[in-house]
Design a protein around this ligand. Structure first.
Ligand code: NDP
Length: 254
């Protein structure tokens, strides 16, 4: 088997959470270009369907479903319906930044942890069970450089803690499931231009903090994260499990 053919996802089925926009949409596109059939889910079902329709226009095999990853029964029902999913990308996530820890409400804490960590675990558990039964599968979790460093100047303790937990969940599942053929890895992005970070454009000072702290002196694009996810999902990454791959423009070097 040639090296380049190991990057192909032909014949695979991939499910992407939070797939309607941003990194999730770029990832759905990349995996479809790689040859996979895509199940694109998002808590906004209409946005998911619109994104899927765009991809179908390009000739890709894509279906869409509404799925809120915090609803564990819904996650399990979808996993039981699509028990042949080979690749799971846990991308759905939110950030509620600029909240000082001492002022944070219970809801501001739990809403982030519920989606970023609990929802991710419900998905890993439900789809992972079927992968384990079949003896193969690849899971890619979207973590963050915020799991390694504390962002500044914006306060976001709950987001940072949730992403550090995502990284350790990734390593825990990787160790448990490696002997049974399921790989679990994560990508840890720097600041990426999406709806999540749009507020930076209202503040040149904040932008200077972000890109000034980045050796590449820029933010990233969603497809630069999708490319890493495509690699981790493919057989080209066959020796990789439990890896947290930083794609941070060098941010954590300084
Ligand atoms: P976006 O906000 O652009 O997209 C996130 C998508 O996930 C939205 O469509 C959103 O839907 C959906 N979503 C949110 N909550 C749920 C849920 N409970 N169930 C299903 N779908 C949900 O974000 P990004 O593309 O920027 O972020 C994607 C991932 O990348 C996140 O995990 C984020 O933490 C991570 N990340 C992003 C970085 C960045 O700088 N952008 C940096 C590092 C990591 P809705 O419109 O309803 O909110």
């Amino acid at each position: 088997m040639s090296i380049m053919s190991r990057f192909s996802l032909a014949g695979r089925t991939a499910l992407v959470t939070g797939g309607a926009r941003g990194i999730g949409l770029a990832t759905s596109t990349a995996l479809a270009e790689g040859g996979a059939a895509i199940i694109l889910v998002d808590r906004d079902g209409e946005a998911a369907e619109n994104a899927a329709a765009q991809l179908r226009e390009r000739g890709f095999d894509v279906v869409a479903y509404p799925l809120d990853v915090t609803r564990s029964a819904d996650v399990t029902a979808l996993a039981d319906r699509y028990s042949h999913v080979d690749i799971l990308v846990n991308n759905a996530g939110i950030a509620r930044s600029n909240i000082r820890a001492e002022d944070m409400t219970d809801d501001e804490w739990t809403s982030v942890v519920d989606i970023n960590l609990n929802g991710m675990f419900w998905c890993c558990r439900a789809f992972g069970r079927h992968m384990l039964e079949r003896g193969r599968g690849a899971i890619v979790n979207v973590g963050s450089m915020s799991g390694f460093v504390v962002n500044r100047p914006q306060e976001q303790a709950q987001y940072n803690a949730s992403k550090a937990a995502v990284h350790q969940l990734t390593r825990s599942l990787a160790a448990e499931w490696a002997p049974r053929g399921v790989r679990v890895n994560a990508v840890a992005p720097t600041y990426i231009e999406t709806e999540m970070t749009r507020y930076v454009y209202d503040s040149p000072e904040l932008m200077q903090h972000w890109i000034g702290g980045t050796p590449q002196n820029r933010m990233g694009q969603p497809d630069e994260i999708a490319a890493v996810i495509l690699f981790l999902a493919s057989d080209a990454a066959s020796l990789m499990t439990g890896s947290i791959v930083l794609a941070d423009g060098g941010y954590t070097c300084w």
